[in-house]
Write a protein that binds this ligand. Structure first.
Ligand code: CUA
Length: 345
């Protein structure tokens, strides 16, 4: 009955998360096998201990008997039975390991980059997102790397975890069997905000997934450049180093940055206009502002398209009191505009 509570036939038990991938069942089976085996031997050994303490306790008139120094039958029993159990555990563990280690050749590939302190998921069409979207019942292969320190991608509901290591690519794969949203954590201590390196896996049905990818990679039809710029600020991790409220994190705050005169470490100056912001994104090492270090990564055309840079510039303008233009028209998209373009256009 206890087993029924701990591993109920439903997908969620009170101490295990939902089972939402193809090999979650096998992982749980092995976990419970080892768990109940340990429980069995724990009580067996404890029971015998208590029994022998009682049976061979000191009594008046009882003389202690000499105990046998060797028993072949006993030796064989406690060698053969544990060996068989260990072989069973190894067999099922190694079988599950091999299944997890070898992705099927037709898997859908997503490139994952861990960085302090966010995840980036790059899709085959170039779209980059901070949330992992995958189609249901489809093998998905993740190719993981890191931009800085070691991170570890962990999805409890899928029973998968793999390190993201700088300078190399690790692979993992899974097949989500349930639609919905699941937690995705970083499972390797990676600095101050490690505990905030949390996101979601969204599992779609395959038609919906294609629709999502189409729309997500095509922001012009859904939002204004200002909205898109605010989105990139978070999704591409600018917010890790640049605040929007004037507070200093690692890099200069974006508040009131646009239009201001910048003094560089080498003594040069420039006004923070469109060209300056674009250069700071594309070639941040070219001019380092005095008082800051050169830790800003560069964003190539592949990582951030020209229109995305433009959206970020508009976002920076909206944060600056030095920008005198009118951004009210770009703040919201007119409701009359269709959300997506007609398919037969
Ligand atoms: Cu990344 Cu912890």
């Amino acid at each position: 009955m206890l087993h029924a509570i701990l591993a109920s036939s439903s997908d969620k038990s009170f101490w295990m998360p939902q089972r939402a991938s193809s090999y979650a069942g096998g992982v749980d089976w092995l976990f419970y096998f080892i768990f109940w085996l340990s429980v069995f031997f724990f009580f067996l050994i404890l029971g015998l201990l208590v029994l022998f303490i009682w049976k061979y306790r000191h009594r008046k008139g009882h003389q202690a008997q000499p105990s046998p120094s060797h028993s072949t039958a006993l030796e064989l029993t406690w060698t053969i039975i544990p060996t068989i159990l260990v072989i069973i555990i190894f067999y099922f563990g190694f079988r599950s390991y091999l299944t997890m280690a070898v992705p099927p050749p037709n898997a859908y590939e997503i490139i994952v980059t861990g960085k302090m302190w966010a995840w980036e998921f790059a899709y085959p069409n170039g779209h980059v997102d901070n949330v992992l979207h995958v189609p249901v019942d489809t093998p998905v292969r993740l190719v993981l790397t890191s931009q800085d320190v070691i991170h570890s991608l962990y999805v409890p509901a899928f029973r998968v975890k793999r390190d993201a290591v700088p300078g190399r690519y690790n692979k993992m794969w899974f097949k989500a069997t349930q639609m919905g949203e699941f937690d995705l954590f970083c499972a390797e201590y990676c600095g101050q905000k490690h505990s905030e390196m949390i996101t979601k896996v969204v599992v779609h049905d395959s038609t919906e997934f294609r629709k999502w990818l189409e729309e997500a990679s095509n922001w012009e039809v859904r939002m204004t450049p200002l909205q898109a710029g605010a989105g990139f600020y978070v999704r591409r991790g600018c917010n890790q180093c640049h605040s929007v409220d004037g507070s200093q994190i690692i890099g200069p705050s974006f508040k009131d940055l646009y239009g201001v005169s910048r003094v560089f470490a080498d003594g040069g100056t420039a006004v923070a206009d469109e060209n300056y912001i674009r250069e700071s994104i594309r070639e941040p090492q070219k001019h380092i502002v005095a008082g800051y270090d050169s830790s800003m990564p560069s964003f190539s055309e592949k990582q951030l398209k020209e229109r995305d840079v433009m959206a970020l510039i508009i976002y920076l303008k909206s944060l600056s009191s030095h920008y005198k233009g009118d951004l009210s028209l770009t703040a919201t998209r007119p409701a009359a505009q269709p959300a997506t373009q007609p398919a037969n256009q």
